[in-house]
Design a binder for this molecule. Structure first.
Ligand SMILES: NC(=O)C1=CN([C@@H]2O[C@H](COP(=O)(O)OP(=O)(O)OC[C@H]3O[C@@H](n4cnc5c(N)ncnc54)[C@H](O)[C@@H]3O)[C@@H](O)[C@H]2O)C=CC1
Ligand SMILES: O=C(O)C(=O)Cc1ccc(O)cc1
Length: 291
């Protein structure tokens, strides 16, 4: 495949943005990568690790040369970054994001950069970890992982096709969802699980023996709580951006816990067994249909 983009600006040189440009540079699908990040020390590490070729803590005239801009910062920063980009964007530049929620980002780009909206492609890799920053960037993070594109009504087909190709080149399995479906679905399988993991840490440590209890926790607790070590900036922004879906799901979760409480209090072993058995079957069947 020939070079897809000659001049890339990566805004947010962290786990996701850094991993994406590492793969694309290795395959020579992109040329020069200029990193922009608020954190100067993080940019130093990115330069040392050859994640990016040049770096800046501010938007400047280098943006005008970009034929691809990758937005890889927490979703709550998008409107303000779009505003800062506005004076520098050339009209043929493709703009993408990698954020965990899609609707508010699409709305913000349409509002702040209306003349550029057709060249904005909303993307979301369902891959990552609880690590963050340029030191966490790694090759092949997206291989065999799902990648969701959320096309919008004004989509420029040239930008869209190229971004599809770009993600396919990382080994990701690309599919499409509408932004609203995306946010509703990801609330269930990614966002609420993170919020529950955070809240469970509070529930445990809030107990009299809580801190001591952590010394005795095993692999089940390790698996369940790993995502509570994720960066709070990401999840604070996700919580607000996807609040409609999340608030409904929190209510639903409270009802499920209430149901458990009732079954235990009633001593209804049969109903409790059936409840666990059903969940066990759904979970056991799941990896067969997932990549
Ligand atoms: N962590 C994960 O596993 C996944 C995260 N995402 C999404 O990818 C995006 C990036 O997340 P990560 O790479 O995990 O985060 P990260 O924390 O590793 O990297 C984000 C970088 O953005 C910088 N930053 C924050 N605000 C900024 C601003 N206003 N201007 C310039 N730089 C700024 C930070 O200093 C940091 O270096 C987020 O929108 C997140 O929702 C998507 C898939 C997986
Ligand atoms: O740490 C994990 O396992 C994750 O769930 C990673 C993750 C975090 C945020 C996303 O939007 C997508 C994937």
């Amino acid at each position: 495949m020939s070079v897809l983009f000659e001049n890339v600006v990566l805004i947010g040189v962290g786990l996701i943005g850094g991993s994406l440009v590492l793969d694309l540079k290795r395959q020579q699908l992109i040329g020069h990568v200029h990193g922009v990040d608020l954190d100067a020390a993080n940019l130093e590490r990115a330069l040392e690790r050859h994640v990016i070729h040049s770096a800046s803590t501010i938007m400047d005239e280098r943006i005008t040369q970009a034929d691809l801009i990758i937005l890889a910062t927490p979703v709550g920063t998008v409107a303000q970054i779009a505003q800062a980009l506005k004076p520098w964007l050339n009209h043929t530049c493709t703009l993408i994001d990698v954020g965990s929620t899609k609707q508010t980002t699409i709305d913000n780009i349409a509002r702040v950069l209306p003349e550029h909206f057709e060249r904005f492609v909303a993307t979301h890799p369902i891959a990552g970890s609880d690590r963050h920053g340029a030191m966490a960037a790694q090759f092949r993070l997206f291989e065999n992982k799902k990648l969701i594109l959320c096309p919008h009504t004004q989509q420029n087909s040239d930008s869209y096709q190229k971004i599809w190709q770009l993600w396919q080149a990382t080994g990701a399995v690309v599919s499409e969802l509408s932004p609203s479906e995306h946010d509703e679905i990801l609330a269930m399988v990614s966002h609420l699980p993170h919020l529950i993991a955070y809240s469970y840490m509070h529930a445990v440590v809030g107990q009299k023996l809580g801190e001591q209890a952590l010394d005795y926790a095993g692999s089940g607790f390790r698996d369940f709580s790993r995502i509570a070590a994720s960066h709070p900036a990401i999840w604070t922004d996700v919580s607000f951006a996807n609040q409609d879906s999340l608030l409904k799901l929190i209510d639903e979760q409270q009802m499920q816990l209430q149901r458990l409480k009732t079954l235990i209090k009633q001593g209804d072993a049969q109903a409790l067994y059936a409840y666990y058995d059903q969940a066990e079957q759904w979970r056991a069947a799941w990896p067969k249909t997932s990549n």
